[in-house]
Design a protein around this ligand. Structure first.
Ligand SMILES: C[S@@+](CC[C@H](N)C(=O)[O-])C[C@H]1O[C@@H](n2cnc3c(N)ncnc32)[C@H](O)[C@@H]1O
Length: 270
């Protein structure tokens, strides 16, 4: 009993430490190692999510926070759209890669803060027009309280975009799930061969605690919606789809098999 309590107390710090360590390894080749974020299918999903965000924001120079910004997957296209972005990430190495990619013309509209989002939300009191995050929530020990605090950072009419999170949901059809698993195996085995050919090391065995919410099957969008509504947010859009390393299997799984493993959510403060 005493031991359980001791382990629990250390867990949040261990998760942060492992996230720092694995993302230091990932940094330089992060997006090459994660083609599921850059294939044609996902690129279209990203473009339409940012178009929708722009429509809801309704003004070109919005003040936006990108939490867990990494190497700039959301920061860079949002800067290209004319917004002012502050990226927050606990990985110095991921932020260094991002900083090298920010065009000189956009430097004055960007800032990078090396900090855990939990500590950032405790100490930063500024409000913003939007908070965006891609593939962050599943890395957090307590994503629910983080989401509640994020709602407090938004101005009235401000938007929250939660993007590219692993979807937690019940299996609806065991046959479709078997086909989904088969496709996933083929996609993954092709991916491993490509990475070997390109000499890009993979760090699967280094991820033990850092993808913490995957241990519980991912993030349940229904729970998120409940939390967001209780914080005075209106749900504008949710999108569920199947992410795969490559665009064709992602298209096939989403549109023909109808299986889903990833979601995005856009909400707005009333
Ligand atoms: C899966 S990567 C996604 C990066 C980027 N948002 C993207 O979509 O390409 C997760 C990022 O979150 C950062 N991260 C993980 N836990 C964090 C925390 N508690 N506070 C701040 N950043 C965190 C990692 O350093 C990493 O850059």
């Amino acid at each position: 009993m005493t031991l359980d309590v001791a382990i629990d107390q250390d867990l949040p710090e261990k998760i942060l430490a492992e996230n720092r360590r694995v993302h230091a390894l990932e940094s330089g080749l992060y997006l090459q190692r994660h083609p599921e974020q850059t294939n044609f299918f996902q690129t279209n999903v990203l473009r339409s999510a940012l178009d929708r965000l722009d429509t809801e924001l309704g003004k070109p120079q919005s003040e936006i926070l990108d939490l867990g910004c990494g190497t700039g997957y959301l920061t860079l296209p949002l800067l290209a759209r004319g917004h002012r972005i502050t990226g927050v990430d606990l990985s110095k190495q991921m932020l260094e890669v991002l900083q090298q990619q920010i065009p000189r013309s956009a430097k004055s509209r960007s800032a990078c803060i090396e900090m855990g989002v939990e500590a950032f939300l405790e100490t930063d009191s500024k409000t913003v027009n939007a908070v965006v995050m891609s593939a962050l929530l599943h890395h957090l020990y307590d994503y629910e309280s983080t989401v509640r605090k994020i709602c407090g950072k938004l101005t009235s009419g401000g938007c929250l975009l939660i993007f590219f999170e692993p979807l937690k949901q019940k299996i609806a059809s065991s046959l479709r799930f078997k086909l989904h698993t088969l496709l996933a195996r083929m996609d993954e085995s092709f991916y491993k061969r490509v990475m070997r050919l390109k000499n890009i090391p993979l760090f699967a065995e280094d991820y033990e605690l850092s993808d913490y919410q995957r241990r519980f099957g991912g993030i349940d969008p229904n729970r998120l919606i409940e939390i967001l509504r209780s914080m005075g947010m209106e749900i504008i859009d949710t999108q569920k789809y199947c992410s795969r390393r490559y665009g064709l299997p992602a298209c096939f799984a989403t549109h023909l098999l109808g299986t889903q493993n990833t979601f995005n959510l856009l909400a707005k403060k009333k």
